[in-house]
Write a protein of this length. Structure first.
Ligand code: FAD
Length: 468
């Protein structure tokens, strides 16, 4: 009888503990993806990107004489039904950490227990188990630096190799068709544009990792804040969908360190920020939905109805660095980290719009959407999160532009208006936006809704009223 590999956000064959263990049983393996209600609720760009990732994994499996079975519905029903249909007695899957995923997996576990099938949960999403990393007092970490110091010396096992054989079952169970799921149509806007900028699949991710560690990691420490340069790994979308493992990235970083490349340690540290986000999500899941720190409920944020939220989303604030970044996001499904901080700060502080509205927009637009990193990032910027930037430290987008994009390389890449021969990146934005936005490259740039000085002063006044 076969075993089941239940594929989730781990769309890869190498260094995949769940798949490895399934193959080690020596039985035929049935890989299955279940499009469940949690997937159905995702934002447009992540859903679209998931479809691309599944397509790539299907091809990789078919190249090895295997396949990816597609099913849709509640995971507990679908997975137990498949086990019954195929006679499988074991289901292998990578452990998940989001509270909704944990609840789903408990239901699946119950359903499988009920029919005498054993679920086998494996690590793979993270470097460090968020439950076992503890402070000296036995609690969890709320501040990054001590977390980093605690995990840095921990040993990390070597990567698992690509399973040389994925034995196929004699009969394949019925499968849905990816085309029928129409994941691309969830992108009710320029999907074809975003597609051009995506880096999809395990092979592309590993190529990029090698290129990055050969060519860029040495200067990562100095250049990673310069959005005009290709200085960061750009592997977040692959990591999010599990097309690469954090362990593969960690070990490549370690090799680069051993070769004396100076930026390597900074790169490892950034990888650990992702671990910290998961650690916080596991121990304080309210970070996903509520102000992490008490007291912030009284802050006079503007809500959904704010027109300023709309102009921010559309890259129409009149503040060029902010608009360039919002356009990069909409056109490519990605935004440089420094600009994520600047655009988030501008929304929450200068425009005083609630961080939840910004977080939701990112969720709809990012192909690397990760609920833990997104929530931590937003609450960090807003000031309501753990180890957050103090509220009074308001990013000035003009000063940030002059410092981090002195030649305006990034700006010109994304703002077409005012350029006689704008680059394709800048005009791609106009191909990606919906007709209803009615924007053209010939438009005049709008005036900012509020000056940077006034916006800052207003935000600081509101903040003072909190402490009264
Ligand atoms: P690199 O600089 O090459 O870093 C390598 C890896 O380390 C990244 O791929 C990522 O997995 C991790 N990493 C780096 N910086 C951070 C960070 N600050 N926090 C957590 N992990 C980090 N990242 C996401 O993956 N998904 C999100 O939805 C997301 N939302 C964010 C929202 C806001 C408001 C902010 C400020 C940050 C957010 N980040 C998010 C973190 C960060 O911006 C991206 O991980 C990074 O820009 C990805 O680019 P890269 O792969 O080139 O990163």
């Amino acid at each position: 009888t076969p075993v089941i590999w239940w594929v989730r956000r781990d769309l890869r064959l190498t260094d995949n503990p769940a798949l490895h263990a399934a193959c080690a049983t020596g039985r035929p393996v049935i890989p299955v993806y279940v499009l469940d209600p949690l997937d159905e609720q995702m934002g447009a760009a992540p859903k679209f990107r998931l479809g691309l990732g599944m397509e790539a994994l299907s091809r990789a499996l078919q190249n090895r004489g295997s396949d990816l079975v597609l099913r849709r519905g509640d995971a507990h029903t679908v997975v137990s039904q498949l086990a019954q249909e195929t006679g499988a007695k074991e289901v292998f899957a990578a452990r998940a950490y989001h509270p909704d995923e944990i609840a789903r997996d408990l239901q699946v576990q119950d359903a499988l227990d009920h029919i005498g099938v054993a679920p086998r949960w494996h690590a793979g999403r993270l470097l460090f188990d968020p439950y076992t990393v503890k402070t000296a007092a036995g609690g969890f970490f709320k501040v990054f630096t001590p977390f980093w110091k605690a995990v840095r010396p921990l040993g990390i096992a070597a990567c698992l190799s690509d399973p040389s054989r994925i034995p196929a079952p004699r009969h394949w169970p019925i499968s849905g068709r990816l085309e029928d799921w129409n994941l691309a149509s969830s992108m009710n806007r320029g999907a074809q544009v975003v597609l051009r900028y995506c880096q999809v699949g395990e092979a592309a991710a590993l190529d990029r990792l090698h290129q990055f560690t050969d060519e860029q990691i040495a200067s990562y420490g100095n250049d990673r804040d310069l959005p005009g340069q290709d200085a960061t790994s750009r592997l977040s979308q692959n990591l999010t969908w599990g097309e690469i493992s954090p362990r593969q990235m960690w070990h490549s970083g370690q090799v680069a360190m051993a070769q004396g490349r100076p930026g390597a340690e900074t790169f490892l540290k950034q990888l650990v920020w992702r671990e910290f986000a998961y650690h916080l999500m596991v121990h304080t899941p309210h970070i996903l939905t509520e102000n992490w720190r008490a007291g912030w409920e009284r802050f006079p944020w503007l809500g959904e109805e704010a027109e300023s939220a709309r102009i921010w989303q559309r890259g129409q604030t009149g503040v060029d660095f902010v608009d360039a970044a919002m356009r990069e996001l909409y056109t490519t499904g990605y935004m440089h980290n420094r600009l994520r901080m600047i655009t988030a700060s501008y929304l929450c502080k200068h425009l005083m719009v609630h961080w939840k509205i910004g977080m939701k927009w990112f969720e709809d637009c990012l192909v690397d959407w990760d609920p833990a990193c997104n929530a931590m990032g937003w609450q960090w910027v807003a000031g309501s999160g753990p180890d957050a930037a103090p509220f009074f430290r308001v990013f000035n987008p003009e000063r940030q532009r002059d410092r981090f994009d002195p030649k305006q390389t990034y700006l010109q890449r994304w703002i077409a208006e005012g350029q006689t021969h704008p680059p394709q990146t800048a005009t791609d934005f106009f191909d990606a936006i919906p007709y209803q936005w009615r924007m053209t490259p010939a438009d005049l740039r709008p005036d900012p809704v509020i000056s940077l000085a006034q916006g800052r002063a207003r935000a600081l006044d509101a903040y003072k009223s909190l402490s009264k």
